[in-house]
Write a protein of this length. Structure first.
Length: 169
């Protein structure tokens, strides 16, 4: 009987916490920084999603900072939407995960072209609380054909020198 009372009390306490879940589109990330964030009005769980896409393979710089209130523990991850291009589909793949707090720290991740989302998950101990997210992407350089031509010429020159040394000895 005592177990039932404890279980009921636990359910009531957990249900008294509010839950926040929002989805925001950041659009296509580029070299200019995109900023967004969230505000928590009641203590409870935060599970916000920020969708974005990349037109080419890129190095993505991201940062989430809690700047007001108590968000602890606080995490965010970068997740690929997979082949269905839908958030929360069965084929989503987490690419990276990071802890965030009151100090700002940038994280760099290399991603292929496609659709992704930041998943921000935190527990707001007090309300109000707020956090900010910022992200930008820099396209990865693609070697020019001249680069491969120079590589081939260098390998041919080394091969010529090696074959000549073999003939002389």
């Amino acid at each position: 009987m005592k177990f039932k009372s404890v279980a009921l009390a636990s359910v009531l306490v957990l249900s008294s916490y509010a839950a926040q879940a929002a989805t925001v589109s950041l659009g296509t990330l580029g070299s200019s920084t995109v900023n967004s964030g969230g505000v928590v009005l009641a203590p409870g769980l935060v599970n916000d999603t920020f969708t974005f896409s990349l037109g080419a393979a890129s190095s993505v710089q991201s940062n989430v900072t809690a700047f007001f209130g108590d968000l602890s523990p606080a995490f965010y991850s970068i997740v690929s939407t997979g082949a269905d291009h839908a958030v929360g589909g069965g084929d989503d793949v987490a690419m990276n995960g990071f802890v965030f707090g009151n100090t700002s720290a940038s994280h760099f991740t290399t991603l292929a072209a496609g659709d992704y989302y930041f998943n921000v998950f935190a527990l707001a101990g007090t309300a109000p609380a707020a956090y900010a997210i910022s992200a930008s992407a820099t396209a990865l350089p693609v070697p020019e054909p001249e680069t491969y031509a120079m590589l081939g010429a260098g390998l041919a020159a080394i091969g010529f020198v090696v074959s000549r040394r073999r003939r002389e000895s």
